[in-house]
Write a protein that binds this ligand. Sequence first.
Ligand code: ADP
Length: 405
Amino acid sequence: MSTSPSPQHRATVLVVNSGSSSIKYQLVDPDSGDAVASGLVERIGEDTGAVKHVAHGVTTRREVPVPDHAEGLRIVLGLFDEIGPDLATSNVVAVGHRVVQGGALFDGPALVDAEVERKIEQLAPLAPLHNPANLTGIRVAQALLPDVPHVVVFDTAFFRTLPDAAATYAIDAQVAADHQVRRYGAHGTSHQYVSQQVAQLLGRPVSELNQIVLHLGNGASASAVRGGVAVETSMGLTPLEGLVMGTRSGDIDPAVVFHLYRNAGMSIDEIDDLLNRRSGIKGLSGENDFRQLHDMVAAGDTAARLALDVYLHRLRKYIGAYHAVLGRLDVIAFTAGVGENDDIVRAGVLSGLEALGIELDLERNAGRKSEPTVISPDGAKVTVLVLPTNEELAIARQAIEVVGA
Ligand code: ADP
């Protein structure tokens, strides 16, 4: 252990996001919101893994074999020992784990015990790539940090309030019930965090605000939040439904799948790969990063132009639909990589919506926003803002609430 005393003794939470071949982590001070340290282990199970640890403003990188998650987390704890901050003196009161799919079983965070682990395992068919990896991370972390309570925070939990009318697919009811086919949503931690922060920023109770939250990252989702309660969201059984994304198609006629299977000789796995990884703006333009996409559009690339138009058109349809669902709209909040940084997308999607009370101040909108920023004109009927998301902080705060620290 490092001998230097920790500079602060306030409670911290270690937030862990364990994916199929990676572990992201952040040591968070839930009061200030500061990331005391953060890092990433990538390429777990490959010949050489990559490890990055950021602490005290210094980034440390290592290329070492990381055969499995247990070794990955051991390396992370070793880096905390070697470089700091020293976890033993950081007053770590909880480990908060991100879990993708909570299905119908979880409507909020939960303290990990055998029953909770069993339920996460039971939900694996709904998130075959994610839940098993999340569970591995939980088990490994528990073994290495046995004296700290572990809490799970679900990506789906915020959307357990969706009314049945919004959560139900119109298919044979028995088939749906037998196979847990319904709309669960995703990115819920971010939608919840952003909608609450918006209320705080505006100095209004969240219960008084009707909001549309647009989480536009590589994955993208929209939600309608009435008085702090989610009533609609664009992702469904899986994160494939809804908006056009970096590499995912979003909404599509399900018959496209039958067509490709029957007539293009594609297997179900190939179609799965097509719709999740080779579609969206990448499928249309060859590029999934909006910075490059805009350069291509500026250079006259017609495929890139079409990709951007399709993306904006879909997003605009959702804004209109959610406006109708909410009846009255007070706030539109943009967040995540594209939402926070891309003024072209923000202006592009909201132009021409003045009749709905939606206006943008182009000067306020200009540029990237790392701080909460109102981008509508003063006195506009709908307040449009950019609100940077912070899923790690949201997970840390929920974990603190569960353990009562
Ligand atoms: P995820 O968490 O889903 O991987 P992020 O929320 O980090 O994604 O968003 C990543 C995306 O944000 C990138 O693929 C890129 O398209 C977009 N992005 C990041 N920075 C900028 C920028 N300065 N301008 C426009 N788009 C940006």
